[in-house]
Design a protein around this ligand. Sequence first.
Ligand SMILES: O=C(O)CCC(=O)C(=O)O
Ligand SMILES: [Fe+2]
Length: 203
Amino acid sequence: MLETLLDDPPLWLAPALLSADEADRLLHHLDRVLAWERPTLRLYGREHPIPRRQLWMGDPEARYRYSGRVFAPSPWEPAISALRRRLEARLADAGIATGFNSVLLNRYADGEERMGWHSDDELELGPDPVIAAVSLGAERPLRFRWRHREGPAFNVWLPHGSLLVMGPGVQARLQHALLPRRLPGLRISLTFRRVLAERSPDR
Ligand SMILES: O=C(O)CCC(=O)C(=O)O
Ligand SMILES: [Fe+2]
């Protein structure tokens, strides 16, 4: 069920949170119904469209800062609320407390679309966040590297319908990226988070 990929800090994978049928249906549903956005990032005074599409969703108070801007989340879409309940139940069974109140959805049209190196270590996530990532569509590797070169970089391949859990310490000690690859096919990921209201930006 939950395989341990790394002990310290903990990284867990459930290769089949969803059945292939459920994952297919959810992929096409989300692709069709969501109002996907392609915001721009400001880098050295120039605006660059991000190399993927995305959408923030969550409770109204779960405001989020991203690239110097504050986002108010879209309201929960029913299929995503259902997925949240299901993965929270699965994690509770494994003794992992969550309380997710927001999710970042990422849509990669093909292998060219990507996300660069980062840690999800924004202040509003608190010091040791647990982040749960559901993957749908094309199987691609999430690449990890140690911030202080404690070990070699490694790939985690994320199958259609899988759940990857980044436990306490993963953001502090590692970075991750979805690098471009010559792979065809749409991929959507959902990264569930808990934004702490008292740390949430108020503008
Ligand atoms: O698409 C992925 O699997 C990675 C997404 C990610 O790192 C994020 O949403 O912060
Ligand atoms: Fe991330």
